[in-house]
Design a binder for this molecule. Structure first.
Ligand code: ZN
Ligand code: ZN
Ligand code: ZN
Length: 366
């Protein structure tokens, strides 16, 4: 699997004229090697020349963590007194075009640019973005398992198993997180809990606000679950619940949101452009008069990262391809009053849109 991915990377490096690919922290490295760099001050870097063998440069004290795959890469560990920048530069030799992982820290990029004068630099996402966006069967299975686990947590929320009234957003957020772990996730990435008017802020930080009767509560949560070859894949789901009867205004907005979300899921067909899927959700919300309250894109790709290619946004004219996995998450946000969002992960499959979340889509009244 890793060897095939590296072959595809080398073919794209060839197309784009890139001589060497340098990957450090972030998801590209585990995608190609199964190894995730520790996000610390010591440099870990895969040096992948277009034509020569790849080498993983790693601090000696972290080398025992590396699962060696000699058919894919050699390991070059460096000691505390070595200069890892010089080690990397020695492995690349003189090069014209370098692609560097998007999340590589500036301290390393700046030093590498001094060590490789004359080279031109580009972002590794130009090479890896389109490759990572197309998930294979094992990756889709991993995303599906993560989605099923998130669905079980959403089901507990919607059936009232997670107490809400009288508790703070932060307490409920902690509950959602521990349930994600109990359902098989290795890591909680986020658990937004926004009560009442707080939900009008799409990325609200759950805090000390006590959830009261008569309020809506928006919950958006996800984590990372171990997939093939030890690489983690993400879940991400949003459901809204309401304590007691909602106002007519909120109920009407939710009905519009539900229609918009389902229409966008149905539009997520292979060959359709990302911006058309976004426009489908936007048209449904705008035609009901709520358009100016839908203040973000419709969705984002998901995989090893919680947000990655493809982005479901106006201006992205790329067509959906089989294996693309992304969120469909329109929202309606009325400052000072309420906020609503409904989110599923969907795979564009040859047979049509394949939603990975099936938790009930109605506004649960508790
Ligand atoms: Zn978000
Ligand atoms: Zn989300
Ligand atoms: Zn999302």
């Amino acid at each position: 699997m890793f060897a095939e991915r590296i072959d595809r990377v080398r073919a794209r490096m060839d197309d784009l004229g890139v001589d060497v690919l340098l990957l450090s922290v972030g998801p590209d490295l585990p995608y190609l090697t199964g190894y995730e760099a520790m996000p610390l001050e010591r440099l870990t870097m895969l040096v992948l020349p277009r034509e020569a063998d790849a080498t993983l440069v790693v601090p000696r004290l972290e080398a025992p963590r590396v699962v060696e795959r000699p058919e894919i890469f050699g390991v070059r560990s460096w000691d505390e007194t070595d200069d890892p920048i010089a080690v990397v530069a020695g492995l690349t030799g003189a090069v014209d075009r370098v692609a560097v992982g998007d999340r590589t820290w500036a301290r390393f990029v700046v030093d590498l640019q001094h060590a490789l004068p004359g080279a031109s630099w580009s972002r590794a996402s130009e090479i890896l973005g389109p490759l990572r966006a197309r998930k294979d069967a094992a990756e889709i299975a991993a995303l599906r398992r993560a989605g099923e686990a998130a669905d079980r947590v959403a089901g507990a929320l919607q059936s009232g198993q997670i107490p809400l009234a009288g508790r703070t957003e932060a307490e409920v957020s902690a509950d959602l997180g521990s349930r994600l772990l109990a359902e098989g996730h290795q890591r909680v990435n986020f658990a937004i809990v926004a009560a009442g008017a707080n939900a009008a802020s799409p990325h609200h930080e759950p805090g000390s606000q006590v959830i009261a009767e008569g309020e809506g509560v928006l919950c958006d949560f996800g984590g990372t679950m171990l997939g093939p070859d030890g690489v983690g894949y993400c879940s991400d789901i949003t459901r809204c619940v309401h304590l007691g009867e909602p106002t007519e205004e909120l109920a009407e907005a939710y009905a519009v949101l539900l229609d918009a979300q389902q229409a966008a899921v149905a539009a997520a067909v292979v060959g359709t452009t990302c911006e058309e899927v976004d426009a489908t959700a936007r048209r449904a919300i705008a035609s009901a008069g709520w358009g100016h309250h839908f203040i973000h894109r419709t969705g984002h790709g998901i995989g090893i990262e919680e947000h990655e290619d493809p982005y479901i946004v106006t201006g992205n004219q790329a067509a959906l391809e089989p294996g693309h996995a992304f969120s469909i998450e329109p929202g309606i946000y009325v400052p000072g009053r309420f906020g609503l969002r409904l989110e599923d992960i969907v795979v564009a499959a040859d047979g049509g849109p394949d939603p990975l979340n099936h938790a009930d889509h109605d506004l649960a009244l508790l």
